[in-house]
Design a protein around this ligand. Structure first.
Ligand code: FNR
Length: 363
């Protein structure tokens, strides 16, 4: 049952990816272009740090799969791509492994193929402390992701219907895991209230994983005989909206959900994310073309992100948070209703002061 579900997720996520219109709310975020702000490419660094973690690149392969023969082969290829490009990688949910250790190798391959890489284990929010530790141990994981997926469970025919234990479970795991704990959504987004609650539960970082890419309510609805949960398609907040909502929350925030290309990564970093994850886009490349095109894609993302930082005058990913950003359309309405100051974002580099100074000097 569980192995079949893992195969279904891969198949339906790819069908959805191919059917996707290509537009999402990252399109409502743009940089103010300053033609004299550019810097020299050799001065640009891609490193990022948060929650005691240091990464060479602010891009990671986010949680997807494992638990069946087919998905074990996918994990092997994802691990090779992570090894060859130096990006961190997360496992898919390892609850299948803690229930049935016979599928251990389909997850363990993430470590055996990538012995020196940064690998994250992944469990759900009903996992016991002991099971979470077993998942971390199997991968010799550098960090643990715990996923929140209430909308997915709701649409899933065999899904959970009880969510009240999640907070206390997360708090226990965070206190005992021995590695940094990152709590993530699966494509419906984390609100400011949720991120603040996660901070109080002691987690190291929150990956907002918002709307705009893979939609698990839609995937699970596709697995229902009557497909009668279509009204949940598109549930939640976009990744850009979540990042705006989470400004100043007091714990590091990561971004995933609908990150399509390096410009989306730069937008997410400029909105405060410490790093940016992608799942379905990388999976599509792998399954369409194999591991070589995936390595090429991730290498291109690294190069193009550095090129964008050069254009924007940002020596580090963190410097992107001082670039002026314009927020348009529905995202702007979201900001207005949530009390988020878009004028401050549009003027934060000090560019308007420089403009006023120039006007004064010509008087
Ligand atoms: C996922 N995702 C996911 N997340 C998680 O925490 N545990 C999991 O087991 C899975 N499984 C999974 C399978 C497949 C096939 C996909 C495509 C995704 C969710 C993933 O980590 C991410 O949060 C969302 O997919 C949003 O990112 P993208 O796909 O829009 O880049």
């Amino acid at each position: 049952m569980s192995a079949q579900r893992k195969d279904d997720h891969v198949r339906l996520a790819l069908e959805q990816y191919h059917a996707h219109s290509g537009r999402n709310q990252f399109d409502e975020v743009s940089f103010v272009h300053h033609a004299l702000a550019g810097i020299d490419r050799p001065d640009v660094l891609l490193g990022t740090a948060f929650a005691g973690i240091a990464w060479e690149v602010p891009v990671y392969i986010n949680a997807m799969t494992g638990g069946s023969v087919k998905t074990g082969a996918i994990n092997r290829d994802l691990a090779i791509a992570a090894r060859e490009t130096g990006v961190p990688i997360a496992s898919g949910s390892m609850n299948a492994y803690v229930k049935d250790p016979s599928c251990a190798d389909t997850f363990r391959v993430l470590r055996t193929e990538n012995p020196n890489g940064f690998v994250m284990a992944n469990v759900n929010a009903t996992t016991s402390v002991d099971h979470a530790r077993r998942a971390v141990d199997l991968l010799e994981a550098n960090a643990l992701q715990i996923h929140l997926n209430a909308a997915q469970e709701t649409a899933m025919p065999e899904g959970d219907r009880s969510f009240s234990s999640w907070g206390p479970r997360i708090e226990k795991i965070a206190a005992t895991a021995g590695v940094p704990v990152i709590v993530k959504e699966v494509g419906n987004g984390l609100s400011r209230r949720t991120v603040l609650a996660l901070r109080n539960l002691g987690v190291g970082a929150a990956d907002v994983s918002g709307r705009g890419g893979t939609d698990f309510a839609r995937i699970e609805n596709g697995r229902r005989d009557l497909a009668d949960y279509a009204f949940l398609h598109g549930w939640g907040q976009s990744t850009a909206a979540c990042l705006l909502d989470a400004q100043g929350v007091g714990i590091p925030v990561l971004a995933s959900g609908g990150v399509r290309h390096p410009l989306d990564a730069a937008r997410a970093l400029a909105l405060g994310a410490r790093a940016v994850g992608a799942s379905a886009g990388f999976l599509r490349t792998l399954l369409d073309g194999g591991v070589a095109p995936l390595i090429a894609q991730i290498t291109t993302w690294r190069d193009q992100l550095a090129a964008l930082q050069t254009l924007l005058g940002a020596r580090t990913p963190a410097d992107l948070t001082r670039c002026d950003l314009l927020i348009h359309g529905e995202l702007r309405s979201f900001c207005a209703d949530r009390g988020i100051d878009t004028r401050r974002l549009a003027q934060r580099s000090g560019s308007t002061e420089i403009l006023h100074e120039m006007t004064d000097n010509t008087r």
